[in-house]
Design a protein around this ligand. Structure first.
Ligand SMILES: [Zn+2]
Length: 301
């Protein structure tokens, strides 16, 4: 199998199809499994052993859900037409599904724990292990396709992958410039506006609805945020109400910095952009609230 063929298989991961909903299950499983391969571990992973790790990945980097179900990607990744995942004992599990299975055709967790050993098929695993640069390329592609840049280093750390060089994305300089200008080159939350000579430093243009989810590169889908608030926003520590108030998640807490950098702004309006026409659009705010924010918000103070 050539490098291009492998790269292509992973690019075809069928993920964002359910409209706007973030479905990070499969990408996270792929990254987790590549991490293991790169550490020289067996290509086949026991579901029972990996279950807690996978659930934690979903909790940390997925949207807020009352129950995360790591069994879904582990079972469903087999169905990708590109055959990037196999479960050698799938037939045993399928017998149970036939007998009294769920309507979705999903494996029940008990059988998956018992027989669920899965991984990349031999030829793919072999190539990824023999030629780590292919694995790194797949990893970078999966990250770029499904997560904003502010997630990348945290996810890599969690799955234990060290990329040899940080491949910065060089995209859309206009978006950055337009959004920063709209907000007078200062953070919409805290007002941070340090410059080095004439250049703003640690000030970034963030997408409200992620680029990866089809969010456009326009001012109404952007916020100028300092690096700290950008990260906190992308991770769902705070969001905006449709009235453009900052809402801090009940799940966020801390001592040093928590009041000064977060709670101080809770229920306060953002620093508005210079034109009404640049105000964040409701649709994008709703998306962030639903797909990224770790709701509920804290009580009004
Ligand atoms: Zn800030």
């Amino acid at each position: 199998m050539t490098r291009e063929e492998i790269i292509q298989k992973f690019q075809n991961l069928n993920i964002w199809k359910s409209k706007d909903q973030r479905a990070v299950h499969k990408p996270l499983l792929v990254l987790y499994a590549i991490g293991k391969l790169l550490r020289g571990e067996n290509r086949l992973i026991s579901y029972a052993d990996a279950e807690d790790d996978l659930r934690n990945l979903l909790k940390e980097f997925g949207p807020l859900k009352p129950n995360h179900r790591p069994q879904y990607p582990f079972w469903r990744l087999r169905n990708e037409k590109d055959r990037i995942w196999e479960i050698p004992d799938a037939h045993k599990i399928q017998e149970y599904i036939r007998k009294d299975g769920t309507s979705t055709g999903d494996a029940r967790i008990d059988e998956l724990r018992r027989y669920g050993v899965g991984g990349f098929p031999e030829p793919i695993a072999y190539q990824l292990q023999q030629q780590p640069q292919i694995a790194f390329e797949v990893v970078q592609n999966v990250l770029n396709a499904h997560f904003p840049f502010s997630y990348h280093s945290d996810i890599l750390q969690t799955v234990g992958i060290v990329l040899p060089i940080l491949q910065f994305q060089s995209r859309i300089p206009d978006f950055r410039e337009n959004v920063l200008r709209a907000y007078n080159y200062s953070c919409a939350v805290c007002g941070f506006d340090v410059k080095l000579r004439n250049q703003p430093v640690a000030l970034e243009a963030s997408h409200i609805k992620w680029h990866q989810a089809g969010g456009p590169d326009t001012e109404v889908n952007g916020l100028a945020l300092c690096s700290l608030h950008h990260k906190l926003f992308d991770r769902g520590v705070f969001t905006l109400s449709v009235k453009l108030e900052i809402l801090v998640s009940e799940y966020a807490y801390g001592s040093v910095g928590f009041d000064e950098w977060l709670m101080k702004f809770h229920n306060q309006k953002i620093n508005f952009p210079q034109r009404q026409a640049y105000h964040p659009h409701e649709d994008f705010i709703h998306w962030h609230l639903k797909e990224v924010f770790k709701w509920p918000e804290r009580e009004k103070i």
